[in-house]
Design a protein around this ligand. Sequence first.
Ligand code: GDL
Length: 450
Amino acid sequence: MSNTRFLSGVVEGFYGRPWTPAQRRRLVIRLRDLGLNTYLYAPKDDLRHRARWRDLYDETEAADLRAIISTCADAGVSFIYALAPGLDVAFPAADGHAALERKASQLMTLGARHFAVLFDDIIPSPVSGNLGATEHDAAPQVAFAHHLLALQKRADPSARLLFCPTPYCGRMAGDVITSRYLRHLGEHLDLAVDVMWTGPEIVSATITPADVSPLTAVLRRRPLIWDNLFANDYDLRRIYLGPYAGRPTSLRAATAGVLLNPNCEFEANRLPIDTFAAWVTRENYDLDRAHAQAREAWRWDWRCLDSGGAATPLPADLFALLCDCLYLPFTHGPRAEAWRQDIAAAVQGDLAAVSRARDGGEQLATLFEQLTRLENRELLHTVYRHVWELKEEAGLLRGYLDWRKSRPEPATAFFSAEHRPRTYRGGLAADLQRLLSMRTDGSFTPRALE
Ligand code: GDL
């Protein structure tokens, strides 16, 4: 793999249940079909990737890895194996380097050539967000990476090494120009090594060439973007079926590549990956068009069974509503946003908005009902609880609007028979969330006592 090749593909880099061998195989075939070139293996909860990085894989695990490495080779997709030794404070010691040799050697025997070393999420984030990491943190990491690079080059001079720094986004680094940690990487890390970066934030709403340009100067190389736009491991109440957005195509030339770290739920990643591939490969990327095209292709997998057993795809408008409701971290899709605004206006007393708000709620109820008849149960269960939650809220709002329409006595309160205290919006996490309210600017304030 040449070092100038723009890397594009997927990093399986989230917390939570790793994908299965069969899912990884499907992923690699899809990457090939879409013209993407990289699969980075970095599941945080593969014990032997991070928590017990020194351990070798057992026979079954090794066989699975060998198989996916060979699938990648056949598909022309680069397989990159990532090690995350940073939780082990002794990784820089001689026995840490010896463990690295054993581990790399096992992976190389299984066919791996390209590697990554990840030092993300090893220091708890202070309230300021700036990790304050220095050259003292960077130096042992660089030495570890160089040791691995030397082992790799011995086996294959064209092998590529990626490096994820401890401050891996703008917020964690503070001012990148004056970051002693990043300066150390720029000055000492072999220029053949790609340095990963998630943008201004861990989950960045936008990433532009202007964002990465000071970093490029400090690192003396263009960063490789680890893109968490669609990652949902940090809040499993979310799932993202929206289009790749917030990154101008000019970012391609400003970086060494982009790897998507997507939804934990494998099945949810079709639209993220398809639209990302359009972004990578097309001159003019239009996210709405790319999303519509990807939806239309995927809709045929969403067949609903009628009572006679015949299967028909979910109607396009309902499918679009589903994808717009479960869209992106920072925005709702157009249909969902229009509906939300109608509801907001309706609960404020705008009568004209009431019927539109009700129509939207009814469409959602129809969507839910049709989804329960999906032939592909895996797809159903991928979205089930998310659509359930929306349907509950829609039902509650409809009840409230009907009650308002009935012109209740001023002193009466609205109750919903199906939304009972503690079974609805209940649980310890929900109780704790209510203690501090978050304002739209991100500040927190104690909630007024009832
Ligand atoms: C992170 C982790 C990643 C996780 C993501 C989203 C990087 C480099 N590391 O900080 O494993 O999936 O956030 O929660 O992004």
